[in-house]
Design a protein around this ligand. Sequence first.
Ligand SMILES: Cc1cc2nc3c(=O)[nH]c(=O)nc-3n(C[C@H](O)[C@H](O)[C@H](O)COP(=O)(O)OP(=O)(O)OC[C@H]3O[C@@H](n4cnc5c(N)ncnc54)[C@H](O)[C@@H]3O)c2cc1C
Length: 462
Amino acid sequence: MQTRVELKNIRSSYDTIVIGAGPAGCATAACFAARGASVLLVESNPKAARRFAGEWIHPEGVRILSNSGLLEGLREGFRGHGFVVCPNDGLGPIRLDYPAGASGLACEHETFVTHLRRRVVESSRVDYVEGVRAQPADGRVVRLLVRGEEAKLVRAERVVVASGRSSRHVDALRRANREQVSISLMAGLVITNSELPLDGYGHVIAGGPGPVLAYRISKDRIRLCLDVPNAIRPVGNAREWIWKSFAEVLPASLRNGVRDGLPRASLSWAVNGFRPRCYQTDSQVALVGDAAGVSHPLTAMGITMSLLDAEALAEAPTLSDYAARRSSQSYIPELLSNAIYQAFVRNDAGSLAIRESIFRTWRSSRAHRSRTMNLLGAASTSRVNFVRAFSRVALRAGAGAFRTEPSLVAELAGWLRWPCASLHPQRDVMRARSLSWADPKRWARSGSFLTRVSIEEEQHAN
Ligand SMILES: Cc1cc2nc3c(=O)[nH]c(=O)nc-3n(C[C@H](O)[C@H](O)[C@H](O)COP(=O)(O)OP(=O)(O)OC[C@H]3O[C@@H](n4cnc5c(N)ncnc54)[C@H](O)[C@@H]3O)c2cc1C
């Protein structure tokens, strides 16, 4: 079995250099190696995998992991059959199964990434170096830095940036003015001695200041991700504030576990944002995973999108083919993620009508549930399906509002932005993507709380 290599032993050229060994980088390295390429995979800070980040993978992501052999030997992790939405409206939970009996995977982030790294370095075609920072000089040359000093220049036919959402050194992202919009904070908490209302499903719990995502990560541990939208200003002690704000909406089977776990367990914080996806730089560097774009984690798409990027890049004949294919395929998941998050957190009358209509439509139509899950899991990227699903919800909400409160109809028109955006001609799509996060200015930042949490997050990652 191969292990990581010393910097002095790496070659001066490879077919592919991948910068960053998170989910996107490991999958990219594995997909290229499977096609016979020699790969250099560079990771600057292996401990970054300890941070609070993605743990739920949709079936499309699981398919790629299985095909590339990356799941082999993974002993932890749970199969996920879909989601249970708890609307907190007194009408009971809604079960959304992945179509055709497909299943996803939930696994603690660090366990998952460590396993991917272990599997990928077993390939004789992949050289893996750790503790080395890489910077693309152009589409063919990468500088390797140790403690800020240039240690080596390496060449490759293809340079891939998989360095995550803080890939600020990537020139094209800065030039295209695609800074990340901050959306919310998320508190991560692991509890024991509790049960999910329906084991084997991710639970999305509405009714709190922001939605809660809960899923099992091991036999005796459940992860809760508690979203705090930027418009909310938590006051006082963060743990007490969380308990007061979310306790009432939590299902009974989780509530005691949270009450007992909150004072003792460590809380991890993450900042969530949105940056529309863009797949190549002007200097012909390929972007994959969060380096390509970021969405709110409520729809748990980040890792699946990363894996789809990796597979598509390794298969594409040219970089522009890759960029065109993934730009088109990732547009609908991105719109869906923004629309669903907004539907769960906004409390103006139009948004409440949309939220109620989403729940009603899911409850009444199996076809609609299945369409949503196909779109959510990126198994379908059909614009027609998205327009059909979303317009139906908006029209139902509009019909209800027209009878009770005609002034609401104008407010609801704003919600048609998402289905309309999906119909933009391809040449205008990049502009539409940047605008698909609505009214970011309305989400005031809570300065002191945000700053404190960012510092905690950074310290944790280091
Ligand atoms: C709170 C939270 C919850 C989430 N939940 C989910 C979920 O349930 N499901 C889901 O699919 N997604 C989720 N996501 C998103 C998911 O975590 C990301 O989409 C995913 O980790 C992206 O993988 P990546 O490899 O692109 O980036 P990363 O995971 O950030 O990995 C990038 C790697 O590159 C390294 N690196 C950075 N710069 C350099 C450099 N210059 N040289 C060498 N190495 C470098 C870093 O150290 C890091 O190891 C969540 C995100 C957050 C914040």
